[in-house]
Design a protein around this ligand. Structure first.
Ligand code: ADP
Ligand code: ADP
Length: 227
């Protein structure tokens, strides 16, 4: 049974069609990379999966439950998201950014949430930065906090929306290393990225979107094969 199934999804903004008849499925522990030109609908597709954006028609199933029947808090727990611009709260420390969701969504006590946050900060190599505010961290460190925040919720699926696109080139590697470790550890990941090295090494499946349609989909060895 697929963990995620996107079935004939259409989405427009006003009169502008953005996704046309998009269908695909993902099994657990799979890494799917979505590539395509700017404006092809990649980010919109991710946002439909966690209901940051509503679809016009079609269905999206998470573990055989249509996502519109899943409680919003539950969906937020089960589907994590890592954003291009990190989306950290500037007034909260690294630890505070992680404990917020653990307390609000999972209902953990403050000490439980803090212990869990510190554990996940350690996993992304930021054990010493728990008390730092986003402005005191590099972009690569901020994005690793973003990943730790997603992971701490123990999600079934994590969406990555161009997680390295806002980073200086020398900071991209530290984020990709964390993502590669997650992929090897069996995390189910749906990633929009331009990092073809990551796609080639970590993806089980690569999907090409163009003008809101899936134009090609397959394993990297098939899609990167020279003609
Ligand atoms: P990509 O991630 O592939 O760059 P997007 O999903 O961000 O593509 O955008 C696809 C198209 O939808 C673009 O033309 C973009 O301008 C438009 N779009 C995205 N979000 C919105 C929105 N909230 N309102 C109106 N148009 C949007
Ligand atoms: P990205 O390309 O990184 O996905 P964008 O810069 O396209 O991001 O969009 C940033 C935000 O603005 C998103 O929330 C997106 O939905 C929204 N947006 C994008 N294009 C439009 C648009 N044409 N009209 C209104 N909102 C838009």
């Amino acid at each position: 049974m697929s963990l995620l199934r996107v079935d004939s999804v259409d989405k427009s903004y006003g009169n502008e069609p953005v996704l046309h008849d998009v269908s695909f499925g993902m099994d657990r522990q799979q890494v799917e990379v979505i590539v395509g030109p700017s404006g092809s609908g990649k980010s919109t597709l991710l946002r439909c999966v966690n209901r940051l954006t509503e679809i016009d028609s079609g269905e999206i199933y998470l573990d055989d439950e249509e996502i519109h029947t899943v409680d919003e808090n539950e969906l937020r727990r089960r589907v994590g998201m890592v954003f291009q611009d990190f989306n950290l709260f500037a007034h909260l420390t690294a630890r505070g950014n992680i404990t917020l969701g653990l307390r609000e969504v999972l209902g953990l006590s403050k000490p439980e949430a803090e212990a869990k946050a510190d554990d996940y900060l350690d996993r992304v190599g930021l054990a010493d930065q728990a008390e730092s505010y986003p402005a005191e961290l590099s972009g690569g460190q901020q994005q690793r906090v973003g990943i730790a925040r997603a992971l701490a919720m123990d999600p079934e699926l994590i969406l990555f929306d161009e997680p390295t696109s806002a980073l200086d080139p020398e900071l991209i590697g530290e984020v990709l290393t964390v993502m590669e470790d997650l992929a090897e550890g069996g995390m189910t990941m749906l990633c929009v990225t331009h990092e073809m090295g990551f796609a080639r090494s970590a993806a089980d499946t690569i999907t090409f979107l163009d003008e809101g349609r899936i134009v090609e989909r397959g394993p990297p060895e098939q899609l990167f094969e020279s003609p």
